[in-house]
Design a protein around this ligand. Structure first.
Ligand code: ATP
Ligand code: MG
Ligand code: MG
Ligand code: MG
Length: 576
């Protein structure tokens, strides 16, 4: 590629609404342009990076035996109604009507469509296992799109879905995807950690997130440097750890606030008997109005019967909590329920808080209701856009860092991460609700055992930059740099020798299959270098008149403090 024929559009300053460094640098380097909140155009140089990420993802998915297809962006309500998710997805799913007044949505994910394909096409156990994937546009009407491509509304996701005969085979599909994800993130050149993750409203016990380690990440991870233990802090399993220390103590409000929700109402809402045992209760703060004020609280109860076997998950919204609520301290939970429970300090907007307790709905519902807004704020929890984000990690550090880990192999540590991938064992949740079956060897119909596996392709760009940048700009890992090498001739317009040598080197590198750009714009060295440092090309070769006389060029890696002189004849081998 010749820079004079390419499109380079760098900016001195980032637009004032850019919040994090990756967003600022992607705008300044001319990778993206904002069209609306969370909606971007990718300029040619940005698209090059996306394509490189996609190529790596595609190669490793294919290597793992997954099969690429594409499913429609526009999906009919009928399919989403079958699983009940037309209702459940809430405002995050963008819906509209066609000219015949039929309901449609833009795909936020594609379990329904892929399960529909499976029930029509996969008739026999002989056709299993199958893993279908697509790399395609998703739309989620995020309440708070931010951080550029990291929390966009329109974004590219690789989503894969596995279909198996039984749970053991589904476990093997899960393991294969987990391994493929490790290869993908290794090849992308990112520092990451696979962490045990919350299974949310789906339940089940196998879910891992792949988190790129960065201080600006929205997620917090607890891990043990001495062992393999690592978990998203949202995970219930991580909570008992937090319960070992005292959170700020506040007395429970004794008198009910007006509009207080009763246990009976919660039980009715969730359609369970009052005496149902609850393993875990989740309060989510994502129901807010435009001003960021809560309009209600979504409650998820993980219902457990018998010996801690996950039975079912129920979700419902408690509108009666309009006045606000707060989360209990460990002391309060222990006092009230006489059980060990977890308290998960402050969390960001849109995050859920869990209280773990093997209690009945009657107790739990009674417990969460009736506190006031002032208490809520005092716990440090942030629910409004106008409030500063609490420093979750700093807060958690006080609570857990240095405590002994679960397995006794060392002391716990906390990190921030950016969720770039997620693998999830689904079981038969979707195959049951959509009645998707195959004929097994015994001639009987069985529901598919499923898994789903996502990678945030466009989010990876932001995550890579958060992890790799300096004051001058981006430092791309080689594998996903828009160009691996830039050849910068000093004096392109003036010196024929410079032009010839630079062109020769460029042609040689190209012939060797190296992704190289020749900066033939005849810019001053300062301008040229600033552009390529901002854009983040990892290897730079400078060809100038003085060096040429000695048969030398200058090489500088993007992280190097100084340039090194390299004989012209050795350059191709050196940067190749
Ligand atoms: P988050 O917790 O950040 O909202 P998620 O858990 O909702 O993510 P998944 O449903 O697991 O996301 O989707 C798979 C992947 O898609 C995520 O791991 C993430 O990398 C990416 N992703 C999800 N939401 C967005 C978004 N709004 N913008 C960009 N990428 C996203
Ligand atoms: Mg999300
Ligand atoms: Mg998540
Ligand atoms: Mg996820």
């Amino acid at each position: 590629m010749r820079a004079s024929q390419y499109f380079i559009s760098t900016l001195k300053e980032a637009p004032s609404d850019a919040e994090v460094v990756s967003q600022k640098l992607m705008l300044r380097a001319g990778f993206i342009r904002k069209v609306a909140a969370g909606i971007y155009s990718y300029l040619p140089i940005g698209l090059r990076v996306i394509r490189k990420v996609e190529d790596i993802v595609r190669e490793e998915m294919n290597r793992a035996g997954a099969l690429e297809l594409t499913m429609p962006l526009v999906q009919p309500a009928e399919l989403w109604n079958e699983t009940g998710r037309w209702e459940h997805m809430g405002a995050e799913m963008l819906r509209f009507k066609d000219r015949h007044e039929r309901d449609f949505a833009l795909q936020p994910t594609s379990e329904e469509v892929v399960t529909d394909i499976a029930r029509q096409e996969l008739k026999s156990y002989r056709q299993l296992p199958k893993n279908f994937y697509q790399i395609q546009t998703k739309f989620r009407d995020e309440r708070r799109p931010r951080f550029g491509v990291m929390r966009g509304r329109e974004f590219t996701m690789k989503d894969a879905y596995s279909f198996d005969r039984d749970a053991a085979a589904a476990g093997r599909s899960y393991d294969a995807m987990y391994a493929a994800y490790c290869r993908i993130f290794d090849r992308l050149g990112l520092t990451y950690r696979a962490v045990a993750a919350d299974t949310g409203a789906i339940g089940g016990d196998r879910s891992h997130e792949f988190q790129v380690i960065a201080d600006t990440g929205e997620d917090a991870i607890v891990y043990c440097p001495g062992s393999a233990y690592a978990a998203n802090i949202e995970l219930a399993e991580a909570l008992p750890l937090l319960a070992t220390r005292d959170a700020p103590a506040k007395a429970l409000e004794k008198t009910p606030t007006p509009g207080r929700t009763t246990c009976a109402e919660v039980a009715k809402l969730l359609d369970v008997p009052l005496e149902t045992t609850v393993k875990s209760l989740v309060l989510a703060t994502d129901d807010v109005d435009d001003a960021g004020k809560p309009t209600g609280v979504t409650v998820w109860l993980l219902l457990v019967r018998g010996d801690h076997e996950l039975n079912e998950v129920k979700a419902g919204k408690i509108p009666g909590l309009k006045a606000g609520f707060r989360f209990a301290t460990e002391t309060e939970i222990t006092e009230r329920f006489g059980c060990k429970a977890g308290y998960l300090g402050p969390v960001g907007v849109n995050k859920a808080v869990k209280i773990v307790a093997d209690r009945t709905v009657a107790n739990m519902a009674d417990f969460i209701c009736g506190a006031n807004e002032a208490d809520f704020h005092l716990t440090g929890t942030n629910w409004g856009r106008d409030l500063p984000e609490p420093d979750l990690v700093a807060d958690l550090r006080n609570v857990v860092e240095g405590d002994p880990s679960p397995d006794g192999m060392g002391r716990l540590a906390i990190q921030r991460g950016i969720e770039v991938g997620h693998v999830f064992y689904l079981g038969t949740k979707y195959s049951q609700s959509m009645n998707a079956t195959f004929l097994d060897e015994d001639g009987k119909p069985k529901h598919f055992e499923m898994g789903c596996y996502g990678i945030g392709v466009t989010r990876i760009l932001g995550a890579a930059i958060e992890q790799n940048h300096d004051a001058r700009g981006i430092i791309w890992p080689d594998a996903i740099a828009p160009f691996r090498v830039v050849v910068c001739p000093v004096g392109w317009g003036k010196s024929e020798a410079v032009r010839n040598e630079a062109t020769k080197l460029y042609e040689t590198l190209r012939a060797d299959g190296i992704d190289v750009i020749l900066d033939d714009r005849d810019e001053r060295p300062g301008v040229m270098f600033a552009d390529w440092e901002l854009i983040g090309v990892p290897h730079r070769v400078v060809i100038g008149g003085r060096g040429l006389k000695e048969g030398m060029a200058e090489y500088q890696g993007r992280r190097d403090a100084e340039a090194a002189k390299i004989p012209l004849a050795e350059l191709a081998a050196f940067v190749g």
